[in-house]
Write a protein that binds this ligand. Structure first.
Ligand code: 3EB
Length: 331
């Protein structure tokens, strides 16, 4: 089984026996291109001002991994799972570089036989700023990503759940998880239109992601399924709601997740078991303005289980009217 945990960097926590690290993502004060340092990939993303706010998202699996690097991609995999990290340097125009980076990633997973990319993260510097032609960097990124996904989905594959969020700089860092075994189902939210169908007012190409992905790993019992919840914001239909209230946006985001993971919605997608907010074991919360953090923290701590692992970041969000975004993992 695949698991993730959030570690405080520097405070080294041992790896449980019988478990193997497949990838580390340092959400910290520095950016670096992904490094394998002879073993598993480590991607460092500039997501916090200071080292004490940093968290390392550590992914582990229950069988040993092999590691490789090609085309700027750093990856680890075993027979079940693959973790892969990449980095697009800061540039004036992102469309072509994004398409190329994604195409290289799709090519890699195809060759390794791990075609089912089920969860992806994109951490984007200057996300709301204009690129060299005046187009917002996020929209520029979405165009290149969509061009790569057009080919991918034409081959009958599903988009992953995803996060597309601001970072404090350093181009675009991305990483994803894929699987070779188990059963995977994409989940959409009846309260929101699929992001890949957003109208053109949000950019020349819609964002390429599913609202959640459900994974029934090989050999897993009914209680061992995994659910990956995409970055979720105060959006109903395709529209941002309550642009003037972080409290209300946070409430709508939580309600969106609640509905997404509910038994009634998952049943619509052929998944028999539903979940509640208190079932999320790992959560990341992104808040645009530092002065909103305390209120968002209070709302989220009330909504999630006291033992949930929650990581907090003050970064920009893909639409300039979004004030908060929440993602999570069940399992
Ligand atoms: C939204 O619902 C909010 O571009 O990969 C959430 C999750 C969002 C992923 C992405 C964007 C992305 O549209 C933004």
């Amino acid at each position: 089984m695949l698991r993730c945990e959030y570690l405080v960097p520097g405070r080294e926590s041992g790896i449980q026996s019988g478990r193997f690290v497949i990838g580390d993502v340092v959400y910290g004060p520095e950016v670096s291109t992904p490094l394998t340092s002879g073993h598993t990939p480590v991607l460092s993303v500039h997501m916090t001002e200071t080292a004490d706010q940093a968290r390392t998202e550590r992914w582990t699996v229950d069988r040993p991994v092999r590691t490789g690097t090609e085309n700027g991609l750093h990856y680890s995999y075993n027979d079940d799972y693959l973790f892969c990290a990449g980095h697009i340097p800061e540039q004036q125009l992102y469309t072509d570089a994004t398409r190329a980076a994604y195409a290289a990633a799709f090519d890699l997973v195809e060759r390794l036989g791990h075609q089912s990319i089920f969860r992806m993260w994109n951490l984007i510097g200057r996300i709301n700023e204009p690129n060299g032609e005046g187009l917002e960097v996020y929209r520029d990124f979405c165009r290149g990503r969509a061009q790569a996904f057009e080919q991918y989905t034409a081959q009958g594959r599903d988009m992953p759940s995803a996060t597309g969020i601001g970072s404090l700089g350093g181009g675009v860092a991305f990483y994803f998880l894929a699987s070779r075994t188990g059963t995977r189902v994409n989940i959409e939210n009846p309260r929101q239109i699929p992001a890949y169908n957003y109208p053109v007012e949000y950019g020349p190409k819609s964002p390429s992601f599913a609202r959640a992905t459900h994974l029934a790993p090989r050999g897993a019992g009914p209680d061992e399924n995994l659910l990956y919840i995409s970055g979720t914001a105060g959006i109903l239909g395709h529209q941002t709601v309550h642009a003037d209230s972080v409290d209300k946006q946070c409430q709508v985001a939580l309600e969106n997740i609640e509905r997404l993971i509910s038994g009634s919605n998952l049943a619509q997608h052929g998944v028999s078991q539903g979940y509640e907010l208190t079932d999320l074991s790992q959560v990341k919360v992104y808040v645009r303005h530092p002065e909103h953090m305390a209120r968002v923290r209070q709302a989220c701590e009330e909504a999630f289980h006291p033992s949930a692992d929650i990581a907090w970041f003050t970064v920009d969000i893909c639409r300039s009217d979004l004030l908060v975004e929440i993602e999570g993992v069940i399992g």
